[in-house]
Design a binder for this molecule. Structure first.
Ligand code: F6P
Length: 327
């Protein structure tokens, strides 16, 4: 094992997700345990450009494992998209003697990291921190389980009022262009249907849902809708129902950013701890430009090129399960 890395920089970027703090803690403590210095970079790649970089000690990450959000703050940084921005970022890295980066975030974060790594030949390890669960090569992302539980708790509450008023509810959830949150929360909350982008391309899910006579045995219905231009979103679907099927009493609930907050579940804390530890292990093994993933409970290294920019397929068994159980 050759240890060439002496000092790492750690940052969180893009949409925050519950478990990011547990990840920062695991990376920091594992690095220090292995005699690697740690620099916390604030506000993602933006902080690398504006030089918001501080030394982290073991107690810098005390009392954060249970906190949602990210103590390092986060941002989506346009400046990092430019050659000039990345040059300043690299110069600041050098000023602080940072010779490798650990970046926590989603698709956009790993895309930025890929360009930066290629341009300056820097070892970078990515950790999948996003509620969307849209990164290929890992079964789950950090924050996904917590967000799923948050959604299910909200849907359970909406069910009470939907049932009392005998209404059809469209509940919109996040996920960017990925239907994982919508489909799995529909199964977990016992909803009638999920309208997700992966299927919207092939068929008109709303028409299918209505024409199957969803109200045969039920007086109220819950439909989970994945936000996306492809599904049209909950408001658009509700408008369609109002125009085409006026006999239904329709309401919309857009869960929004509450899905990204809250204390991470035990499952997310353990995932974050395992992945954070693995990021340092990977650097010690001279790995670079990989994302840490988990497949069948085993930690895996996923090349950036595989993790990003490709659609993660939806499990058709889950689609069928929802259809059968919602009769
Ligand atoms: O990627 C995480 C995510 O929460 C997506 O699900 C959502 O589309 C997006 O971020 C929202 O971003 P913002 O917080 O910038 O509105």
């Amino acid at each position: 094992m050759i240890q060439s890395v002496k000092c790492i920089g750690i940052l969180t970027s893009g949409g925050d997700s519950p478990g990011m703090n547990a990840t920062i803690r695991a990376v920091t403590r594992t690095a220090i345990y292995n005699n690697i210095e740690v620099k916390g970079i604030y506000r993602g790649f933006k902080g690398l450009i504006t030089n918001e970089i501080v030394t982290f000690k073991t107690n810098s990450v005390s009392n954060i494992i249970q906190q949602g959000g990210t103590i390092l703050k986060t941002a989506r940084c346009d400046e990092f998209l430019s050659v000039e921005g990345r040059k300043i970022a690299f110069e600041n890295m050098r000023k602080h003697n940072i010779d490798a980066l650990v970046v926590i975030g989603g698709d956009g974060t790993l895309t930025g990291a890929t360009i930066f790594a290629q341009e300056y030949n820097i070892p970078i390890v990515g950790l999948p921190g996003t509620i969307d669960n849209d990164l290929l090569g890992t079964d789950v992302t950090i924050g996904y389980n917590t967000a799923l539980n948050t959604i299910v708790e909200a849907v359970d509450k909406i069910r009470d009022t939907a049932s009392s008023h005998e209404r059809l509810f469209f509940i919109e959830v996040m996920g960017r262009n990925c239907g994982a949150l919508a489909l799995n929360s529909a199964i977990a909350a016992g909803a009638e249907a999920a309208i997700i982008p992966e299927i919207s391309i092939e068929k008109d899910q709303l028409h299918e849902f209505i024409s199957q006579g969803f109200r045969k045995s039920k007086n109220s219905s819950l439909v989970l809708v994945a936000e996306s231009e492809i599904t049209g979103g909950a408001l658009q679907l509700a408008e369609r129902v109002k125009n085409q099927y006026p006999q239904y009493d329709v309401r919309v609930s857009i869960l929004g950013h509450l899905q990204r907050g809250g204390s991470p579940t035990a499952q997310d804390r353990i995932l974050a701890s395992r992945m954070g530890f693995a990021a340092i292990q990977a650097l010690l093994e001279s790995q670079r430009n990989i994302m840490i993933g988990i497949r069948n409970e085993e930690i895996v290294y996923v090349p950036f090129s595989k993790a990003i920019k490709r659609e993660k397929p939806i499990n058709p068994d889950l689609v069928n399960l929802l259809k059968v159980l919602s009769i």
